[in-house]
Design a protein around this ligand. Structure first.
Ligand code: CMX
Length: 437
Protein backbone atom coordinates (compact mmCIF):
# COMPACT_ATOMS: atom_id res chain seq x y z
CA UNK A 1 0.00 0.00 0.00
CA UNK A 2 1.48 3.43 -0.92
CA UNK A 3 2.27 6.00 1.82
CA UNK A 4 -0.64 8.33 1.00
CA UNK A 5 -3.10 5.43 1.08
CA UNK A 6 -1.62 4.17 4.38
CA UNK A 7 -1.84 7.63 5.97
CA UNK A 8 -5.42 8.04 4.72
CA UNK A 9 -6.37 4.65 6.19
CA UNK A 10 -4.84 5.51 9.58
CA UNK A 11 -6.64 8.86 9.60
CA UNK A 12 -10.12 7.65 8.63
CA UNK A 13 -9.95 4.60 10.92
CA UNK A 14 -9.50 6.83 13.97
CA UNK A 15 -12.11 9.39 12.91
CA UNK A 16 -14.65 6.68 11.99
CA UNK A 17 -14.38 5.43 15.60
CA UNK A 18 -14.80 8.97 16.89
CA UNK A 19 -17.89 9.54 14.72
CA UNK A 20 -19.45 6.28 15.88
CA UNK A 21 -19.26 7.32 19.52
CA UNK A 22 -20.31 10.91 18.69
CA UNK A 23 -23.48 9.70 16.93
CA UNK A 24 -24.14 7.19 19.74
CA UNK A 25 -23.91 9.84 22.47
CA UNK A 26 -25.36 12.87 20.72
CA UNK A 27 -27.24 11.50 17.69
CA UNK A 28 -30.61 12.99 18.70
CA UNK A 29 -29.29 16.46 19.56
CA UNK A 30 -30.74 19.20 17.28
CA UNK A 31 -28.00 21.10 15.39
CA UNK A 32 -30.30 23.14 13.14
CA UNK A 33 -33.98 23.53 12.39
CA UNK A 34 -35.39 24.08 8.92
CA UNK A 35 -37.44 27.16 7.99
CA UNK A 36 -40.11 27.22 5.31
CA UNK A 37 -38.10 29.79 3.32
CA UNK A 38 -35.21 27.29 3.28
CA UNK A 39 -37.51 24.64 1.80
CA UNK A 40 -38.46 27.04 -1.01
CA UNK A 41 -35.10 28.80 -1.15
CA UNK A 42 -32.68 26.16 -2.39
CA UNK A 43 -31.99 24.72 1.12
CA UNK A 44 -29.65 27.64 1.94
CA UNK A 45 -27.78 27.22 5.21
CA UNK A 46 -29.30 23.88 6.29
CA UNK A 47 -26.56 22.02 8.18
CA UNK A 48 -27.22 18.45 7.14
CA UNK A 49 -24.28 17.13 5.19
CA UNK A 50 -20.84 15.83 6.14
CA UNK A 51 -17.82 17.28 4.29
CA UNK A 52 -14.36 16.82 5.80
CA UNK A 53 -12.00 18.37 3.26
CA UNK A 54 -12.91 22.06 3.59
CA UNK A 55 -15.29 24.45 5.31
CA UNK A 56 -16.68 27.81 4.14
CA UNK A 57 -17.13 30.81 6.41
CA UNK A 58 -19.35 33.52 4.94
CA UNK A 59 -16.92 36.30 5.94
CA UNK A 60 -13.51 34.61 5.94
CA UNK A 61 -14.03 32.39 2.91
CA UNK A 62 -12.78 28.87 2.40
CA UNK A 63 -10.48 26.96 4.74
CA UNK A 64 -9.02 23.64 3.66
CA UNK A 65 -8.52 21.50 6.75
CA UNK A 66 -8.30 24.74 8.72
CA UNK A 67 -5.90 26.56 6.36
CA UNK A 68 -6.97 29.71 4.49
CA UNK A 69 -5.81 30.38 0.92
CA UNK A 70 -3.07 32.85 1.99
CA UNK A 71 -1.84 30.27 4.52
CA UNK A 72 -1.78 27.54 1.89
CA UNK A 73 0.16 29.80 -0.47
CA UNK A 74 2.76 30.11 2.29
CA UNK A 75 2.82 26.61 3.68
CA UNK A 76 2.21 24.07 0.90
CA UNK A 77 5.45 22.80 -0.66
CA UNK A 78 6.66 24.40 -3.88
CA UNK A 79 8.85 22.24 -6.10
CA UNK A 80 10.23 22.48 -9.65
CA UNK A 81 10.99 26.19 -9.12
CA UNK A 82 7.32 26.98 -8.47
CA UNK A 83 6.38 30.22 -6.74
CA UNK A 84 2.83 29.01 -6.07
CA UNK A 85 1.80 25.96 -4.06
CA UNK A 86 1.26 22.65 -5.80
CA UNK A 87 -2.28 21.26 -5.76
CA UNK A 88 -0.69 17.88 -5.13
CA UNK A 89 0.00 19.23 -1.63
CA UNK A 90 -3.59 20.31 -1.18
CA UNK A 91 -4.89 16.88 -2.21
CA UNK A 92 -2.52 15.29 0.32
CA UNK A 93 -3.80 17.66 3.01
CA UNK A 94 -7.47 17.02 2.18
CA UNK A 95 -6.99 13.26 2.27
CA UNK A 96 -4.78 12.93 5.35
CA UNK A 97 -5.41 16.12 7.34
CA UNK A 98 -1.61 16.63 7.38
CA UNK A 99 0.54 19.18 5.57
CA UNK A 100 2.80 17.24 3.19
CA UNK A 101 6.55 17.51 2.89
CA UNK A 102 8.35 18.29 -0.37
CA UNK A 103 9.11 14.59 -0.63
CA UNK A 104 5.41 13.70 -0.33
CA UNK A 105 4.47 16.18 -3.05
CA UNK A 106 7.24 14.99 -5.35
CA UNK A 107 6.05 11.42 -4.88
CA UNK A 108 2.43 12.38 -5.65
CA UNK A 109 3.45 14.29 -8.81
CA UNK A 110 5.28 11.20 -10.04
CA UNK A 111 2.48 8.88 -8.97
CA UNK A 112 -0.09 10.88 -10.97
CA UNK A 113 2.28 10.90 -13.96
CA UNK A 114 2.59 7.11 -13.63
CA UNK A 115 -1.18 6.68 -13.62
CA UNK A 116 -1.83 9.16 -16.44
CA UNK A 117 -2.26 6.65 -19.23
CA UNK A 118 -5.22 6.56 -21.61
CA UNK A 119 -6.09 3.33 -23.39
CA UNK A 120 -6.37 3.26 -27.22
CA UNK A 121 -10.13 2.78 -26.71
CA UNK A 122 -10.28 6.00 -24.65
CA UNK A 123 -8.34 7.94 -27.30
CA UNK A 124 -10.71 6.58 -29.90
CA UNK A 125 -13.72 7.79 -27.91
CA UNK A 126 -12.11 11.23 -27.44
CA UNK A 127 -11.48 11.44 -31.18
CA UNK A 128 -15.13 10.79 -31.84
CA UNK A 129 -16.36 13.66 -29.66
CA UNK A 130 -17.61 16.29 -32.08
CA UNK A 131 -15.71 19.58 -31.67
CA UNK A 132 -18.90 21.60 -32.10
CA UNK A 133 -20.06 20.22 -28.72
CA UNK A 134 -19.33 22.62 -25.86
CA UNK A 135 -15.97 21.62 -24.28
CA UNK A 136 -17.64 21.18 -20.89
CA UNK A 137 -20.07 18.64 -22.39
CA UNK A 138 -17.18 16.91 -24.16
CA UNK A 139 -15.33 16.78 -20.83
CA UNK A 140 -18.28 15.22 -19.03
CA UNK A 141 -18.78 12.72 -21.85
CA UNK A 142 -15.07 11.86 -21.82
CA UNK A 143 -15.19 11.09 -18.10
CA UNK A 144 -18.22 8.86 -18.72
CA UNK A 145 -16.34 7.16 -21.56
CA UNK A 146 -13.51 6.23 -19.18
CA UNK A 147 -15.94 4.58 -16.75
CA UNK A 148 -15.26 1.10 -18.10
CA UNK A 149 -11.84 1.45 -16.39
CA UNK A 150 -13.42 1.85 -12.95
CA UNK A 151 -11.79 -0.47 -10.41
CA UNK A 152 -14.69 0.18 -8.02
CA UNK A 153 -17.36 -0.86 -10.56
CA UNK A 154 -15.34 -3.92 -11.55
CA UNK A 155 -14.78 -5.06 -7.96
CA UNK A 156 -18.40 -4.36 -7.05
CA UNK A 157 -19.55 -6.57 -9.85
CA UNK A 158 -17.18 -9.32 -8.74
CA UNK A 159 -18.28 -8.98 -5.14
CA UNK A 160 -16.58 -7.04 -2.34
CA UNK A 161 -17.39 -6.15 1.25
CA UNK A 162 -18.24 -2.64 2.46
CA UNK A 163 -14.88 -2.54 4.24
CA UNK A 164 -13.15 -2.68 0.85
CA UNK A 165 -15.02 0.22 -0.78
CA UNK A 166 -12.58 2.92 0.29
CA UNK A 167 -9.59 1.05 -1.11
CA UNK A 168 -10.92 0.73 -4.66
CA UNK A 169 -12.46 4.22 -4.52
CA UNK A 170 -8.97 5.56 -3.72
CA UNK A 171 -7.61 3.77 -6.79
CA UNK A 172 -10.34 5.21 -9.04
CA UNK A 173 -9.88 8.73 -7.68
CA UNK A 174 -6.10 8.65 -8.07
CA UNK A 175 -6.41 7.31 -11.63
CA UNK A 176 -9.05 9.86 -12.58
CA UNK A 177 -7.14 12.84 -11.17
CA UNK A 178 -4.03 11.64 -13.00
CA UNK A 179 -5.88 11.40 -16.31
CA UNK A 180 -8.03 14.56 -16.20
CA UNK A 181 -5.38 17.06 -17.38
CA UNK A 182 -4.56 14.72 -20.26
CA UNK A 183 -8.22 14.46 -21.26
CA UNK A 184 -8.92 18.18 -20.85
CA UNK A 185 -5.81 19.19 -22.83
CA UNK A 186 -6.71 16.67 -25.54
CA UNK A 187 -10.19 18.21 -25.89
CA UNK A 188 -8.63 21.71 -25.98
CA UNK A 189 -6.12 20.89 -28.70
CA UNK A 190 -8.69 18.92 -30.69
CA UNK A 191 -11.32 21.65 -30.50
CA UNK A 192 -9.15 24.74 -30.99
CA UNK A 193 -5.82 23.62 -32.49
CA UNK A 194 -6.80 21.29 -35.29
CA UNK A 195 -6.09 18.23 -33.13
CA UNK A 196 -2.36 19.06 -32.92
CA UNK A 197 -1.68 17.25 -29.66
CA UNK A 198 1.28 17.82 -27.32
CA UNK A 199 2.75 14.88 -25.38
CA UNK A 200 3.04 14.97 -21.61
CA UNK A 201 6.38 15.94 -20.06
CA UNK A 202 7.13 13.34 -17.35
CA UNK A 203 9.41 15.76 -15.49
CA UNK A 204 6.68 18.27 -14.73
CA UNK A 205 4.25 18.47 -11.83
CA UNK A 206 0.52 17.96 -12.42
CA UNK A 207 -0.41 21.62 -13.13
CA UNK A 208 2.75 22.50 -15.07
CA UNK A 209 2.27 19.45 -17.24
CA UNK A 210 -1.35 20.47 -17.87
CA UNK A 211 -0.11 23.92 -18.96
CA UNK A 212 2.49 22.25 -21.18
CA UNK A 213 -0.08 19.95 -22.86
CA UNK A 214 -2.37 22.94 -23.46
CA UNK A 215 0.54 24.45 -25.37
CA UNK A 216 1.48 27.10 -22.78
CA UNK A 217 5.07 26.73 -21.59
CA UNK A 218 5.49 30.17 -20.03
CA UNK A 219 6.77 29.60 -16.48
CA UNK A 220 4.41 32.28 -15.09
CA UNK A 221 1.45 30.49 -16.72
CA UNK A 222 2.59 27.26 -15.03
CA UNK A 223 2.53 29.09 -11.71
CA UNK A 224 -0.91 30.47 -12.54
CA UNK A 225 -2.08 26.90 -13.19
CA UNK A 226 -0.69 25.77 -9.80
CA UNK A 227 -2.57 28.58 -8.09
CA UNK A 228 -5.72 28.10 -10.20
CA UNK A 229 -5.83 24.35 -9.55
CA UNK A 230 -5.34 24.93 -5.83
CA UNK A 231 -7.95 27.64 -5.24
CA UNK A 232 -10.74 26.07 -7.32
CA UNK A 233 -10.32 22.60 -5.80
CA UNK A 234 -12.91 22.61 -3.05
CA UNK A 235 -15.54 24.92 -1.53
CA UNK A 236 -17.10 22.70 1.13
CA UNK A 237 -19.89 20.29 0.25
CA UNK A 238 -23.08 22.25 -0.35
CA UNK A 239 -22.17 23.83 -3.71
CA UNK A 240 -23.88 22.20 -6.67
CA UNK A 241 -20.90 20.34 -8.18
CA UNK A 242 -19.62 18.99 -4.86
CA UNK A 243 -23.06 18.07 -3.62
CA UNK A 244 -23.86 16.28 -6.89
CA UNK A 245 -20.71 14.15 -6.73
CA UNK A 246 -21.48 13.28 -3.12
CA UNK A 247 -25.15 12.47 -3.89
CA UNK A 248 -24.43 10.31 -6.91
CA UNK A 249 -21.58 8.58 -5.06
CA UNK A 250 -23.94 7.75 -2.22
CA UNK A 251 -25.76 5.32 -4.55
CA UNK A 252 -22.40 3.50 -4.86
CA UNK A 253 -21.95 4.82 -8.36
CA UNK A 254 -18.20 4.84 -9.00
CA UNK A 255 -15.96 7.91 -9.17
CA UNK A 256 -16.35 8.30 -12.96
CA UNK A 257 -20.16 8.37 -12.89
CA UNK A 258 -20.16 10.63 -9.82
CA UNK A 259 -17.60 13.10 -11.17
CA UNK A 260 -19.25 13.33 -14.58
CA UNK A 261 -22.54 14.25 -12.85
CA UNK A 262 -20.72 16.91 -10.81
CA UNK A 263 -19.14 18.33 -13.96
CA UNK A 264 -22.66 18.70 -15.43
CA UNK A 265 -23.65 20.73 -12.36
CA UNK A 266 -20.52 22.87 -12.72
CA UNK A 267 -21.51 23.58 -16.35
CA UNK A 268 -24.47 25.73 -15.26
CA UNK A 269 -24.20 29.56 -15.64
CA UNK A 270 -25.05 30.19 -11.98
CA UNK A 271 -22.11 27.95 -11.00
CA UNK A 272 -18.86 27.24 -12.88
CA UNK A 273 -19.92 28.49 -16.30
CA UNK A 274 -19.87 31.99 -14.77
CA UNK A 275 -16.13 32.18 -15.62
CA UNK A 276 -17.05 31.97 -19.33
CA UNK A 277 -20.01 34.31 -18.84
CA UNK A 278 -17.82 36.97 -17.20
CA UNK A 279 -15.56 37.21 -20.23
CA UNK A 280 -18.43 37.09 -22.71
CA UNK A 281 -20.15 39.87 -20.73
CA UNK A 282 -17.00 42.03 -20.78
CA UNK A 283 -16.59 41.49 -24.53
CA UNK A 284 -20.25 42.42 -25.11
CA UNK A 285 -19.67 45.56 -23.05
CA UNK A 286 -16.56 46.52 -25.03
CA UNK A 287 -18.41 45.95 -28.30
CA UNK A 288 -21.56 47.84 -27.23
CA UNK A 289 -19.61 50.77 -25.81
CA UNK A 290 -17.23 50.85 -28.76
CA UNK A 291 -14.09 51.11 -26.60
CA UNK A 292 -11.44 48.72 -25.23
CA UNK A 293 -10.87 50.99 -22.24
CA UNK A 294 -14.30 51.76 -20.77
CA UNK A 295 -14.36 54.34 -17.98
CA UNK A 296 -15.90 53.49 -14.59
CA UNK A 297 -18.89 55.68 -15.49
CA UNK A 298 -19.41 53.74 -18.73
CA UNK A 299 -19.09 50.41 -16.88
CA UNK A 300 -21.65 51.58 -14.31
CA UNK A 301 -24.13 52.45 -17.06
CA UNK A 302 -23.56 49.07 -18.72
CA UNK A 303 -24.13 47.23 -15.42
CA UNK A 304 -27.44 49.06 -15.01
CA UNK A 305 -28.44 48.12 -18.56
CA UNK A 306 -27.57 44.47 -17.82
CA UNK A 307 -29.73 44.53 -14.70
CA UNK A 308 -32.58 46.23 -16.56
CA UNK A 309 -32.68 43.20 -18.88
CA UNK A 310 -33.41 41.03 -15.84
CA UNK A 311 -30.17 39.04 -15.97
CA UNK A 312 -27.46 38.66 -13.34
CA UNK A 313 -24.03 40.30 -13.44
CA UNK A 314 -21.79 37.24 -13.83
CA UNK A 315 -18.95 36.78 -11.35
CA UNK A 316 -20.76 38.65 -8.58
CA UNK A 317 -22.77 37.31 -5.66
CA UNK A 318 -22.60 34.06 -3.74
CA UNK A 319 -24.97 31.75 -1.91
CA UNK A 320 -22.75 31.65 1.22
CA UNK A 321 -20.00 34.31 1.02
CA UNK A 322 -20.71 37.84 2.26
CA UNK A 323 -17.29 39.41 1.54
CA UNK A 324 -14.99 39.54 -1.52
CA UNK A 325 -14.05 35.94 -2.28
CA UNK A 326 -10.47 35.16 -1.11
CA UNK A 327 -10.11 33.18 -4.35
CA UNK A 328 -10.81 36.42 -6.28
CA UNK A 329 -8.29 38.24 -4.07
CA UNK A 330 -5.61 35.56 -4.60
CA UNK A 331 -5.98 35.97 -8.37
CA UNK A 332 -5.91 39.75 -8.04
CA UNK A 333 -2.69 39.44 -6.04
CA UNK A 334 -1.22 37.23 -8.79
CA UNK A 335 -2.24 39.77 -11.45
CA UNK A 336 -0.71 42.63 -9.43
CA UNK A 337 2.61 40.77 -9.45
CA UNK A 338 2.57 39.50 -13.04
CA UNK A 339 0.42 41.68 -15.28
CA UNK A 340 -0.89 44.86 -13.59
CA UNK A 341 -0.91 46.79 -16.90
CA UNK A 342 -2.96 44.23 -18.82
CA UNK A 343 -6.01 45.98 -20.34
CA UNK A 344 -8.45 43.17 -19.50
CA UNK A 345 -7.13 42.94 -15.93
CA UNK A 346 -7.66 46.69 -15.61
CA UNK A 347 -11.28 46.28 -16.72
CA UNK A 348 -11.83 43.48 -14.18
CA UNK A 349 -10.45 45.74 -11.43
CA UNK A 350 -12.65 48.65 -12.51
CA UNK A 351 -15.70 46.36 -12.59
CA UNK A 352 -14.73 45.34 -9.01
CA UNK A 353 -14.95 49.02 -7.96
CA UNK A 354 -18.19 49.72 -9.80
CA UNK A 355 -20.44 46.65 -9.38
CA UNK A 356 -20.74 46.16 -5.57
CA UNK A 357 -22.43 49.51 -4.76
CA UNK A 358 -24.86 49.06 -7.67
CA UNK A 359 -25.83 45.53 -6.58
CA UNK A 360 -26.09 46.72 -2.99
CA UNK A 361 -28.46 49.50 -4.06
CA UNK A 362 -30.92 46.88 -5.40
CA UNK A 363 -31.61 45.94 -1.78
CA UNK A 364 -32.09 42.24 -2.52
CA UNK A 365 -28.63 40.91 -3.41
CA UNK A 366 -27.20 39.29 -0.28
CA UNK A 367 -23.59 39.45 -1.46
CA UNK A 368 -22.59 42.24 -3.86
CA UNK A 369 -18.93 41.15 -3.95
CA UNK A 370 -16.98 39.30 -6.66
CA UNK A 371 -16.63 35.52 -6.55
CA UNK A 372 -13.85 33.31 -7.94
CA UNK A 373 -15.14 33.57 -11.52
CA UNK A 374 -14.85 37.36 -11.77
CA UNK A 375 -11.07 37.29 -12.23
CA UNK A 376 -9.96 33.98 -13.71
CA UNK A 377 -10.73 34.67 -17.38
CA UNK A 378 -8.68 37.87 -17.54
CA UNK A 379 -5.62 36.03 -16.25
CA UNK A 380 -6.07 33.14 -18.67
CA UNK A 381 -6.43 35.59 -21.55
CA UNK A 382 -3.27 37.38 -20.52
CA UNK A 383 -1.35 34.15 -21.20
CA UNK A 384 -3.04 33.59 -24.54
CA UNK A 385 -5.96 31.34 -23.57
CA UNK A 386 -8.71 33.16 -25.38
CA UNK A 387 -11.21 30.30 -25.72
CA UNK A 388 -13.78 31.34 -23.14
CA UNK A 389 -15.86 28.19 -23.49
CA UNK A 390 -12.92 26.12 -22.27
CA UNK A 391 -12.57 27.97 -18.95
CA UNK A 392 -15.10 25.89 -17.02
CA UNK A 393 -13.27 22.70 -18.04
CA UNK A 394 -10.21 24.06 -16.20
CA UNK A 395 -12.39 24.73 -13.17
CA UNK A 396 -13.63 21.12 -13.47
CA UNK A 397 -10.12 19.64 -13.55
CA UNK A 398 -9.37 21.46 -10.30
CA UNK A 399 -12.75 20.77 -8.65
CA UNK A 400 -12.09 17.05 -9.11
CA UNK A 401 -9.37 17.24 -6.43
CA UNK A 402 -11.74 18.23 -3.64
CA UNK A 403 -14.79 16.22 -4.59
CA UNK A 404 -12.78 13.05 -5.22
CA UNK A 405 -10.82 13.40 -1.97
CA UNK A 406 -14.18 13.68 -0.21
CA UNK A 407 -15.56 10.71 -2.18
CA UNK A 408 -12.73 8.63 -0.66
CA UNK A 409 -13.85 9.84 2.77
CA UNK A 410 -17.51 9.06 1.94
CA UNK A 411 -16.67 5.44 1.17
CA UNK A 412 -14.19 5.19 4.07
CA UNK A 413 -16.99 6.20 6.45
CA UNK A 414 -19.47 4.06 4.52
CA UNK A 415 -21.90 6.96 4.46
CA UNK A 416 -25.39 5.79 3.49
CA UNK A 417 -27.52 6.58 0.47
CA UNK A 418 -28.44 10.28 0.62
CA UNK A 419 -32.18 10.69 0.73
CA UNK A 420 -33.62 13.86 2.31
CA UNK A 421 -37.36 14.25 2.80
CA UNK A 422 -39.24 16.53 0.42
CA UNK A 423 -42.53 18.28 1.13
CA UNK A 424 -45.46 19.32 -1.04
CA UNK A 425 -46.97 22.79 -0.70
CA UNK A 426 -50.16 21.07 0.45
CA UNK A 427 -48.24 19.45 3.31
CA UNK A 428 -46.66 22.77 4.26
CA UNK A 429 -50.08 24.48 4.29
CA UNK A 430 -51.47 21.67 6.42
CA UNK A 431 -48.54 21.99 8.84
CA UNK A 432 -49.19 25.75 9.13
CA UNK A 433 -52.91 25.26 9.62
CA UNK A 434 -52.27 22.71 12.39
CA UNK A 435 -49.60 24.81 14.08
CA UNK A 436 -51.89 27.89 14.07
CA UNK A 437 -54.66 25.96 15.87
N1 CMX B 1 -26.51 40.15 -10.39
C1 CMX B 1 -27.84 40.50 -10.33
N2 CMX B 1 -28.67 39.99 -9.41
C2 CMX B 1 -28.16 39.15 -8.51
C3 CMX B 1 -26.80 38.78 -8.48
C4 CMX B 1 -25.97 39.30 -9.49
N3 CMX B 1 -24.69 38.98 -9.59
N4 CMX B 1 -26.61 37.94 -7.47
C5 CMX B 1 -27.80 37.77 -6.85
N5 CMX B 1 -28.74 38.48 -7.52
C6 CMX B 1 -30.18 38.52 -7.24
C7 CMX B 1 -30.75 37.11 -7.38
O1 CMX B 1 -30.95 36.76 -8.74
C8 CMX B 1 -32.01 37.21 -6.56
O2 CMX B 1 -32.97 37.90 -7.32
P1 CMX B 1 -34.53 37.50 -7.30
O3 CMX B 1 -34.94 37.59 -5.86
O4 CMX B 1 -35.18 38.53 -8.16
O5 CMX B 1 -34.63 36.13 -7.83
C9 CMX B 1 -31.57 38.11 -5.42
O6 CMX B 1 -30.43 38.86 -5.89
C10 CMX B 1 -31.18 37.37 -4.16
O7 CMX B 1 -30.17 36.43 -4.48
P2 CMX B 1 -29.05 36.03 -3.39
O8 CMX B 1 -29.77 35.39 -2.24
O9 CMX B 1 -28.18 37.19 -3.11
O10 CMX B 1 -28.18 34.98 -4.18
P3 CMX B 1 -28.42 33.41 -4.37
O11 CMX B 1 -27.83 32.69 -3.20
O12 CMX B 1 -29.83 33.12 -4.72
O13 CMX B 1 -27.55 33.12 -5.68
C11 CMX B 1 -25.69 33.22 -7.12
C12 CMX B 1 -26.17 33.08 -5.67
C13 CMX B 1 -24.20 32.96 -7.16
C14 CMX B 1 -26.41 32.17 -7.97
C15 CMX B 1 -26.02 34.65 -7.61
O14 CMX B 1 -25.34 35.59 -6.83
C16 CMX B 1 -25.71 34.86 -9.08
O15 CMX B 1 -26.56 34.53 -9.91
N6 CMX B 1 -24.47 35.40 -9.41
C17 CMX B 1 -24.07 35.54 -10.79
C18 CMX B 1 -23.62 34.21 -11.36
C19 CMX B 1 -22.29 33.80 -10.77
O16 CMX B 1 -21.34 34.55 -10.71
N7 CMX B 1 -22.19 32.51 -10.36
C20 CMX B 1 -20.94 31.95 -9.88
C21 CMX B 1 -20.92 31.65 -8.37
C22 CMX B 1 -19.62 31.05 -7.96
C23 CMX B 1 -19.46 29.66 -8.50
O17 CMX B 1 -20.25 28.77 -8.14
O18 CMX B 1 -18.59 29.41 -9.33
Amino acid sequence: MDRLKTLFKERFTSSAEEIKSLVKSYGTKIIDSVQIEQVYGGMRGIQSMLWETSSLDSNEGIRFRGYSIPELRERLPKINGATEPLPEGLFWLMLTDKLPTEEDVTWLSKEWQRRAVLTPKEYDLLDHLDSVIHPMTQFSMAIMCMQSESVFAHQYENGMTKAEYWDVMYEDCMNLIAKLPLVAAYIYRKTFYNNEQISADPNLDWSANFAHMLGKDDSAFKDLMRLYMTIHADHEGGNASAHTVHLVGSTLSDAYLSLSAGINALAGPLHGLANQEVMDWIYDMIRDLGTNTPSKEQIAEYVKTTLSHGVVVPGYGHAVLRKPDPRFLAQKDFAEKHCPQDAMVQIVWNVFEVVPPILESLGKVKNPWPNVDAHSGALLEHYGMKEHNFYTVMFGVSRALGVLAQLCWDRAYNLPLERPKSLTTEEIKLFLANSNN
